[in-house]
Design a protein around this ligand. Structure first.
Ligand SMILES: Nc1nc2c(ncn2[C@@H]2O[C@H](COP(=O)(O)OP(=O)(O)O)[C@@H](O)[C@H]2O)c(=O)[nH]1
Ligand SMILES: [Mg+2]
Length: 241
């Protein structure tokens, strides 16, 4: 049984999925991959299922019936992994914004004592983002700052979606109570880990915006994060965690 797995949520990633699977399979012979697909109309799941004959014991898929947001896809994926024996459980996007090679570093941090390691775009005030329009870079950078100020978390990239967790972390932070679906989900995962005083490490990475396929970011997801952060802080003040 392997100890390490990366979860990739997908919705209409037909342009990226095959190269992504092949890239992850080449990284470390012991690394497993779980794709959580929300019945993508473009047939993303079919490509994964075809590749399973080549990587039968390392490539897994969880098919959900409808698009229900990245947060719930991850929670389903976390449960799938926790029901098995994985010790290190990572999350990564399918669009190559995260360089799969950086997974090695994230896993290594957890092997060396971190409870959560984050692939961070903004560590030390440096902005490591390639290909985003300046407006989006500034929005994301200041959003991260806003979250840091409201929540008090000492984390630079609070909305990052490139993370490795020790299984004990996922076991202990109450993942089933999270209702958020977009960036707010990523923020709450960090907030819960931080509130438990677990060890969080940020690893600097370079984030490159997708060149193929389209973003699923929406104003709804943005609003959820904007107000969700305040909700999180209030809940924690009134002891609702
Ligand atoms: N299963 C699932 N995956 C999703 C959903 N929304 C986004 N994703 C995936 O989550 C990852 C990040 O989404 P992306 O559109 O790149 O967001 P952005 O980077 O914030 O623009 C990609 O792998 C998407 O395919 C969803 O509702 N369900
Ligand atoms: Mg993306």
């Amino acid at each position: 049984m392997s100890e390490k797995i990366v979860i990739i949520p997908t919705y209409n990633e037909i342009e990226n999925i095959e190269r992504m699977v092949e890239t992850v399979m080449l990284l470390q012979p012991s690394l497993h991959l779980l794709v959580v697909d929300d019945n993508s109309p473009d047939g993303t799941a079919g490509v994964v299922e075809k590749l399973q004959s080549k990587y039968s014991d390392r490539l897994h898929i969880l098919n959900r019936t409808e698009k229900n947001g990245l947060g719930t896809a991850y929670i389903a994926g976390f449960h799938w992994c926790l029901e098995r024996d994985y010790k290190y459980i990572c999350e990564m996007d399918c669009d190559f914004s995260h360089n799969p090679k950086d997974l090695n570093q994230l896993i290594e941090q957890c092997e060396n004592g971190s409870d959560m390691s984050i692939g961070s775009r903004y560590v030390g005030g440096v902005v490591n983002v390639v290909n985003w329009p300046m407006g989006r870079v500034l929005m994301s950078f200041y959003a991260s700052k806003y979250v840091r100020i409201v929540t008090g978390m000492k984390i630079y990239d609070t909305t990052a979606g490139f993370v490795c967790y020790k299984r004990e972390t996922l076991d202990s932070i109450g993942i089933d109570d999270i209702k958020f679906k977009g960036y707010a989900f990523q923020i709450e995962m960090k907030f819960r880990t931080w509130r438990k005083k677990l060890k969080i490490t940020e690893v600097p990475i370079i984030f490159t915006d997708r060149t193929l396929g389209t973003s699923k970011m929406s104003t709804h997801i943005f609003r959820e994060a904007l107000f969700g952060v305040i909700e999180l802080k209030l809940k924690s003040i009134f002891g609702k965690f």
